[in-house]
Design a protein around this ligand. Structure first.
Ligand code: PMP
Length: 394
């Protein structure tokens, strides 16, 4: 057992470390869902999330931002059930486990799902997406930004450009990235961004968050009906704009108040600086990992900035490595899906920063040594610090 006096250090791709200020906000006495405090916090949260995804905070192009009690999967479902009627087509671009999950969500909702996919560790070429959209005639498509199973990011801006040209609505699963990587929603022409609280936004798990463009909301109005009552955007629209005046269903008030605190922290840091910190973390962690013989399972050029799936040295079982690292108070994640036997995953997002990464790398080194692997002592930490000191472009 670790002697850490606080909780384990979460270096998994969510939940991520939650700043003390956010935890204290979470612990404040519960507010009513129609209170002035809840309304003010909801507005701060909504404006912050709109900034994080690059949507206008006000004016005619301003999105509807929903913060519902639930996880990222609920957000995925909410993003589709409002746009695709049963029997209608949905094109899903999948480059990993969560793309496949989006397809499963579509099928569960009765959509006629078509999937364009690629081998894990790669990206689906935009030309394939274009051809599939043209052939299928789908009105709605869904893609993943970073697939957390592999850490690979998609060229979603190119998908969005094609979707826009063909008049197709695009939903982006940015569960693993909002708050840590830009998605430039308006500029890219994405209609719905879905995310969750427990990843790069640095909040505890519990909020499913959606940013819905005016065009997507109009598309919902044209849908004859929504096959979910709780997830219907039209049921939430008034409440999300005016929780004091309009009740639809009870809001997760402690989480909304804590979420507002987390976006305040991000705004104090500055979104661009926060995105830069994520790039710096990704690059430094990966250099540190390589220095101790842990190679990312995908090419650097296709990797996002929030999570790294890495192989393990020959003779080491990924589960043993994870359990050994946990003895020093650090939680890393196992592989999932078809990459489960290949290695482990290291999350570097949200409030995580240099001291956390150093601790993670040091714990990994110590664990490998205990497992009998020959590692140049201090090599990972030294490389991490060297990389951290070098400028990160952009
Ligand atoms: N999409 C992506 C890209 C994710 O990383 C995750 C969570 N790992 C989900 C969807 C599902 O989110 P949740 O586990 O919060 O339901």
């Amino acid at each position: 057992m670790s002697s850490r006096v606080t909780s384990p250090l979460l270096l998994i791709p969510g939940p991520t470390p939650v700043p003390q200020r956010v935890l204290e906000a979470l612990a404040r006495p519960t507010e009513g869902h129609s209170s002035a405090a809840t309304a003010a916090a909801l507005q701060r949260l909504q404006l912050g999330v709109a900034q994080a995804v690059g949507a206008p905070a006000s004016g005619t192009g301003a999105p509807l931002v929903l913060a519902l009690a639930g996880s990222g999967t609920l957000a995925l479902e909410c993003g589709i059930v409002n746009l695709v009627a049963p029997g209608e087509k949905l094109l899903v671009v999948s480059h990993g486990l969560f793309g496949d999950r989006y397809a499963a969500v579509g099928r569960a909702l009765g959509a006629e799902v078509e999937v364009v996919e690629c081998p894990w560790g790669e990206q689906v070429a935009p030309e394939l997406v274009e051809a599939a959209l043209k052939a299928s005639g789908a009105r709605v498509m869904a893609a993943t930004h970073v697939d957390t199973a592999t850490g690979v990011m998609s060229p979603f801006r190119e998908y969005a450009r094609v979707a826009r040209e063909l008049g197709v609505l695009m939903v982006l699963d940015a569960v693993a990235t909002v708050g840590g990587m830009p998605v430039d929603m308006s500029e890219s022409g994405i209609d719905v961004v879905v995310t969750a609280s427990q990843k790069a936004l640095g909040m505890p798990p519990g909020l499913a968050i959606l940013v819905i463009s005016p065009a997507a909301l109009e598309a919902r109005r044209r849908l004859p009906s929504c096959r979910s009552y709780f997830l219907d955007w039209l049921n939430w629209e008034a409440t999300m704009g005016d929780p004091m005046g309009r009740y639809f269903a009870t809001l997760p008030t402690n989480m909304i108040i804590a979420g507002a605190e987390a976006v305040d922290i991000a705004i104090e840091e500055g979104w661009d600086d926060r995105f830069r910190r994520h790039r710096r973390m990704a690059r430094s962690v990966r250099r540190g990992l390589r220095a101790i013989g842990l190679s990312p399972l995908a090419e650097e050029a296709v990797l996002g900035a929030t999570v790294t799936a890495t192989g393990v040295p020959a003779g080491v079982a990924p589960t043993d490595l994870r359990l050994e690292v946990a003895k020093d108070g650090v939680t890393i994640a196992g592989g999932i899906g078809q990459w489960a036997p290949l290695g482990v995953r290291f999350g570097h997002m949200g409030a995580a920063d240099l001291p956390d990464l150093l601790q993670g790398l040091a714990a990994l080194e110590a664990a490998l040594i205990r497992l009998g692997v020959t590692v140049a002592r201090g090599a990972g930490v030294a490389e991490l610090v060297t990389a951290w000191g070098e400028d990160v472009a952009g």
